[in-house]
Design a protein. Structure first.
Length: 183
């Protein structure tokens, strides 16, 4: 397991191979995500998967939202948004549905959702899939494209695609500089 953790990387759509990501592979990702720890078993994670024509609709919407919300429009950035969508086998909206009773603090439900994404990401790595989590500033407009449930909010986009290249190198900082001991 430590090898999978050490090999997990952000793999960007430009690095995807273009090979198909099967329904079975996606099911395995979401099954892994569903095992995330959750306080009071609220299981707040929600995933909305865009493929095919709906993925194209999402791309159009995101480009339009970018154009409407950015003070410094860049044609290059606009094209990059469209390209990321096009190059991905699937784009997943990462959502969190807040416990309506508010039985746990909101940050715990956000953390549980992030842990679900980490489970998904680690499983993708193990399966030879790549992906990365992005949270564009205009994502708060997503309810203009899809209906979110009551108490639900979108926390980001997860781009998924097949990946065949060597994992990019990464050397984390020294953990000893990040830990304080109180004995």
């Amino acid at each position: 397991m430590k090898t999978i953790i050490a090999n997990r990387r952000s793999i960007f759509p430009i690095q995807f191979s273009g090979k198909e990501v099967t329904d079975s592979q996606l099911y395995n990702l979401f099954e892994a995500a569903n095992w995330a720890p959750t306080h009071r078993r609220t299981e707040p994670w929600r995933f909305k998967v865009f493929r095919g024509e709906k993925k194209t609709d999402l791309g159009r919407f995101l480009v339009d939202a970018y154009k409407k919300t950015t003070p410094k429009f860049s044609k290059r950035k606009s094209q990059a948004i469209a390209d990321k969508i096009k190059l991905s086998a699937a784009v997943v909206l990462i959502c969190m549905k807040r416990d309506e009773k508010e039985s746990v603090p909101e940050w715990e439900e956000i953390a549980a959702t992030a842990m679900a994404v980490q489970n998904l990401w680690l499983t993708a790595t193990e399966m030879g899939l790549g992906g990365y989590w992005s949270t564009p500033a205009y994502l708060d407009k997503i309810d203009q494209l899809i209906t979110l449930e009551n108490h639900e909010k979108c926390l980001g986009l997860f781009y998924i695609g097949a990946f065949e290249g060597p994992m990019p190198a990464r050397e984390p900082g020294d953990w000893r500089k990040k830990v304080q001991w109180y004995d």
